[in-house]
Design a protein around this ligand. Structure first.
Ligand SMILES: Nc1ncnc2c1ncn2[C@@H]1O[C@H](COP(=O)(O)OP(=O)(O)OP(=O)(O)O)[C@@H](O)[C@H]1O
Ligand SMILES: O=P(O)(O)OC[C@H]1O[C@H](OP(=O)(O)OP(=O)(O)O)[C@H](O)[C@@H]1O
Ligand SMILES: [Mg+2]
Length: 281
């Protein structure tokens, strides 16, 4: 059986999801009107669906794997499980109200809350023993306060620009930290899922690591290895200069410039950084 994968067809997650699949070596649609695509070389079929519906398809077992938002997965209540954080589509889910009016969770008692994520909000209120009424809106929830439909909202906040423009501010703790995630149905996993998972993981690691090469005097190698230990250990090769070695090591992309400074200061020279496009660890 072909591995069947659900991909967001529109919205914030769509482009980044298609990008990571393409980088992982899968065929992707070239026209946003295409609703499904068979990649016969990899024995995979992609279905382009609303991100909100994806957890349902996977939870029902109709599709084997999905890319959706953690918040949408939780909101759906579907029987699907998060198996990998994909590192994009990061957002926080918050209560918000007119700036300065509300300050704590306790203030929510008896209020009218508008949201597109009724499942997440009702679950949160229940767990905190708060009685409030929740109204479902499809989008542009920020405007519901001004229009008198709600007292507060609960919504996705990324940069905070939309809230500020509506004169609103968050209050209380973050309800949840969301990101795009890979989901499957925990109890029934397709035989080919592991191959797919490793490909995606390879791209994520390649994005967050870089390859560093440098030359160093053998005597200084222990200090350098302490600074950059690598995943398994650095590759050390002889160099055409007596007492020196060439070193190759994978390092986290974040902080790699500072690491170059540190290696230079202990005597490393010809330090090079290169991108990794994909890997299997
Ligand atoms: N700035 C953002 N606005 C909305 N959702 C975001 C944002 N950044 C990340 N996300 C995530 O995207 C998912 C929502 O995607 P969805 O396509 O349903 O809505 P959307 O991006 O708001 O698109 P649209 O409103 O155009 O349909 C959620 O998982 C959400 O956390
Ligand atoms: O913190 P920000 O960077 O401003 O992003 C968050 C806003 O973006 C989304 O709205 P979207 O543009 O998807 O419109 P919608 O409300 O109609 O879904 C979300 O619902 C917030 O309103
Ligand atoms: Mg939206």
């Amino acid at each position: 059986m072909t591995l069947r994968i659900a991909v967001p067809n529109k919205g914030s997650l769509s482009q980044a999801a298609t990008d990571i699949l393409r980088e992982s070596g899968y065929r992707q649609r070239s026209d946003s009107k295409e609703l499904a695509l068979v990649d016969s070389e990899n024995d995979v079929e992609f279905f382009y669906l609303r991100p909100r519906d994806i957890a349902l398809y996977v939870g029902e077992g109709t599709l084997d794997v999905g890319i959706t938002g953690r918040d949408l997965l939780l909101d759906s209540g579907a029987k699907a499980d998060e198996v990998m954080d994909l590192g994009f589509g990061r957002s926080r889910f918050h209560f918000a109200g007119p700036a300065g009016r509300y300050s704590s969770l306790e203030d929510l008692r008896g209020l009218r809350i508008a949201t597109s994520y009724v499942g997440v909000v009702e679950d949160y209120l229940f767990r905190h023993g708060i009685d409030a009424s929740v109204t479902r809106l499809d989008g542009a929830v920020e405007t519901s306060i001004q229009l008198g439909v709600a007292d507060v909202i609960a919504d996705v906040v990324e940069t905070g620009t939309t809230l500020r423009a509506a004169g609103l501010a968050t209050f209380g703790e973050v309800i949840l930290d969301s990101a795009a995630v890979l989901i499957t149905r925990g109890d029934v996993v397709h035989d080919d899922f592991e191959i797919f998972r490793r490909r995606i993981e390879g791209v994520l690691v390649a994005r967050s690591y870089v390859m560093m090469d440098y030359d160093i005097e053998e005597a200084d190698l222990p200090r350098a290895t302490e600074l950059a230990p690598g995943r398994e250990g650095p590759t050390i090769s002889p160099l055409g200069k007596a007492g020196w070695v060439a070193v190759r090591v994978m390092v986290p992309r974040a902080g790699s410039q500072r690491l170059m400074d540190e290696l230079y200061s202990i005597g490393a020279r010809a330090i090079l950084l290169t991108d990794i496009h994909a890997c299997r660890l």
